[in-house]
Design a protein around this ligand. Sequence first.
Ligand SMILES: Cc1cc2nc3c(=O)[nH]c(=O)nc-3n(C[C@H](O)[C@H](O)[C@H](O)COP(=O)(O)OP(=O)(O)OC[C@H]3O[C@@H](n4cnc5c(N)ncnc54)[C@H](O)[C@@H]3O)c2cc1C
Length: 427
Amino acid sequence: MTAAGEHVRSWYAATANPSRERPPLAGEHEADICVIGGGFTGVSAALTLAERGRSVILLEANRIGWGASGRNGGQVLAGWSGEGEMAKQLGEDGVRFLRRTKYRGHDIIEERIAKYEIACDYARGSITVAANAKQQRALAAEYEAEKALGADHFELLDDTSLRAHVATDAYCGGLIDRRGAHCHPLNLCLGEAQAAEKLGVRIFERTEVSSIDGDAAPVVRTAAGSVRAKFAILAGNAYHKLAQSTLRGAMLPAQTFMIATERLGPERARDALPDNLGVCDANWVLDYFRRTSDDRLLFGGRCTYSNREIIDIEGSLLPRLKRILPQLGDVKVDYAWGGAIGIPLNRVPLIGKLRDNLYYAQGYSGHGVNCSHIAGEILADAIEAKTADIDLFEAVRHFRIPAATLVGNPLLAMGMTWFRMRDVIGI
Ligand SMILES: Cc1cc2nc3c(=O)[nH]c(=O)nc-3n(C[C@H](O)[C@H](O)[C@H](O)COP(=O)(O)OP(=O)(O)OC[C@H]3O[C@@H](n4cnc5c(N)ncnc54)[C@H](O)[C@@H]3O)c2cc1C
């Protein structure tokens, strides 16, 4: 059992670096910016703003990294989900933005790890594997397109050459991206929060924001206090219930899951993934796996779209892992956990302004490690009146499901079942 407000029982929580517990907010406070939510979006924005000399207060309902940021696969994936839709809606500007920011989150993370000495097992190298011939053709096309643009960090593999990197017969091939990466996300988030505090950011944990009042200057209220700020950033992603009249129905929360095997020992772990790549398949609802620093395999996948659906996480994920790597035999699972992600209906992240001086960023569709760091920078820029990037997101037309809490998740479930069927039949 996990105590209320504590990190869920995961391999990440079990291997978290020491981090002090911050007190809840009490009384009235002031800051240039009040950030709501202590995941990557909020912490990253707070750190960027502090680096630029702003005074920041960050309020987190539970603990830093308690949400998806401290539970995820740790795969630092290139680019954005929803790229096709963004390019379609925004034309040349959108395409230039996507190209420019493809690895922007990686750069921010790598700079911070070096600058603030954050120990989070960051390792470069990822691979997308193809579950069918159509996906392999798409990877080959991506490889050619990247080559034509001058990128030399990709390597295209067929099913035979793949085995030197992922010891499996389950895929038709893959595309290695040497700029992709993986890391211990909870330790990254905790390290960024500590860096932010050293620059003066005041962090309060176990502090749930109940409302954001005020017009030109937001007043952020909690049960025992308030923060009066020039700007506020809403970074609660799939976990918050604020500003629902504007945001409800455009992004629907889904649950997704992970397991960590028992320790395999260096040899078995290396045999499975010889050069320590982070692996993702190319399906809509993807499977992903990687090694850990203590020689386990972390495996993630599956999605549920209704809060009422309870799944047997180990029973659901372990057979998938064994199908891909049958040589693991009767490997045991030490940890199983889940978390919430936000999936916008058109898959384009929701980044924008709710009203003057109140910004939000959410809904990265499972691509958040990279994208939340870019979003943090976009929000910090917007606060400094550099609005070119946020304007791009605000121009995107988002679909909304009316009465979303009543019908939203069943509709999303139907839509995602269709995409899962496409994965299975390979169309
Ligand atoms: C199991 C799983 C696997 C994933 N795997 C990957 C992966 O491999 N690669 C990848 O790129 N992405 C992955 N993702 C997605 C990624 O983790 C998220 O996109 C990203 O962490 C979102 O960060 P965030 O800060 O926006 O939200 P979160 O990390 O969810 O943080 C939101 C925070 O806001 C707080 N909060 C909410 N409401 C309030 C309030 N009213 N007051 C104060 N605080 C509030 C919450 O307590 C929470 O801590 C995965 C997600 C899950 C769940």
